[in-house]
Design a protein around this ligand. Sequence first.
Ligand code: DX5
Ligand code: ZN
Length: 215
Amino acid sequence: MAIVAPSLLSANYLNLEADCKMLNESEADWYHLDVMDGRFVPNISFGPMLIEFFRKATTKVCDVHLMIEEPGNYAEQFKNAGADNLSVHIEACPHLHRNIQQIKALGMKAGVAVNPHTPVSSLSDILHDIDLVCLMSVNPGFGGQKFIPYTLEKIKQLRKMITERGLDIHIEIDGGVTLENAPAIIAAGADVLVAGNTVFKAADQKAMISQLKKL
Ligand code: DX5
Ligand code: ZN
């Protein structure tokens, strides 16, 4: 059974309380929280202040995906805001190892996110230090984009690397996940499904989350 992590980027910001209540009552496992700085990605979303509110609204895992430059400058703020998992982009981190050590020293699970063009082999020398890989299946920056099919190949390669080394690391797929492509994503070896539009644009959001859990 996969971990289901609805992305709040697609929530209704005029009534976040209702969306949090729906998620809390649902079978969702994690809140996926997308932070964008308008530099690393061509969009701006929200920062630690809003995450503090989400933290108060739920006991579920707060899975924070930083799409920002120089994430090391903000790791402590996100810890204080209540992040449980903190993922940084490999493309934004020339000193990735230092960033990962910092995240772990602050007491959070450490994740590395990779853009569609970044080979999973580039994770080879950091894999044993991390808890989570966030494989982007769209170009980061926006919800509601189409899943890039080559991601399935990357999931298989990454799962093989993890198994061969006897590691315990989540493979999270982020972008364009639907009820239709999720079975292939899970079969390829992923265990965390991020879903923004698929959940929040559904007529029955809780039922959609249940369906994703049942796959
Ligand atoms: C994209 C974000 C995703 C996004 C996913 O940059 O990282 O988490 O919200 O949204 P959907 O599921 O709609 O593609
Ligand atoms: Zn994300």
